[in-house]
Design a protein around this ligand. Structure first.
Ligand code: DER
Length: 236
């Protein structure tokens, strides 16, 4: 099974939890894409009725719209029944790193408004500790004096061997990546795992200029993992 096969298996399993009349948070990324496709298919087959999708990015909005999924937002639907989304890293406590797709702010707003937040991953996303994989921990910041904010973030975690880089668009000759909200992303890279995640989260959010970060702590209610040996479901 390819990694994409596994993503699809996890996504389809998650959509089994979606019922008619639900308000559904629609995630962003290559795994969540399969869940949105599946919801669109069940809607078309008449197996799901009267649903409302709350997209977590412009990209997901376009995908869901093309599938004929009725769409709305948190202003009109502040109570979301269920959200399905991928993750970049998942620790044993269902803490997540998300946002390498750049949609972390809208994802965190929508998934924070959910009764049930199902995370769908292939087994490669499972880690013992967040931030230790050497992969990016995204932080959304305002563009104003971004270098100042990036340096403040780096210094916060200098004991963890942190480096901070502005996310750019290679396809736009290195221009800064802009989120759906018109902000920049600073990618933090750690040489050691983060230890106290809550303390790290609070320290990041206290910096003026920071909008949000990619640690989703104590938010996921269910983890669906697809691996070569099958699909597992783990509830918080
Ligand atoms: O950027 C995001 O938050 C995505 O959901 C990411 O966490 C997972 O993306 P993937 O399913 O393409 O790996």
């Amino acid at each position: 099974l390819t990694q994409d096969d596994l993503k699809k298996l996890a996504a389809y399993k998650a959509v089994e939890y979606v019922g008619s009349n639900m308000v559904i948070g629609l995630g962003t990324g290559s795994t969540a894409k399969h869940a949105v496709d599946r919801i669109g298919e069940l809607l078309r087959q008449g197996k799901l009725k009267n649903i409302i999708g709350i997209p977590t990015s412009k990209k997901t909005h376009e995908q869901a719209f093309s599938l004929g999924i009725p769409l709305s937002d948190l202003d009109s639907n502040p109570a979301v029944d269920i959200a399905i989304d991928g993750a970049d890293e998942v620790d044993p406590y269902l803490n997540l790193v998300k946002g390498r797709g750049g949609s972390l702010l809208r994802e965190k707003m929508i998934e924070g408004a959910c009764k049930k937040f199902i995370v769908i991953v292939d087994e490669s996303k499972l880690v013992e500790h967040l931030g230790g994989s050497g992969l990016a921990m995204p932080v959304e910041i305002v563009p104003f004096c971004w270098k100042f904010t990036a340096e403040r973030l780096r210094k916060l975690f200098k004991d963890s061997g942190c480096s901070a880089e502005l996310r750019t668009c290679p396809e736009k000759n290195g221009e800064p990546f802009l989120t759906d909200n018109g902000n920049y992303i600073i990618n933090l890279y750690f040489k050691k795992d983060l230890g106290d995640l809550k303390a790290a989260s609070d320290a990041i959010l206290r910096l003026p200029g920071v909008v949000e970060h990619g640690m989703f702590l104590d938010m996921a209610t269910t983890l669906i993992t697809a691996g070569q040996l099958g699909v597992t479901v783990k509830n918080k």
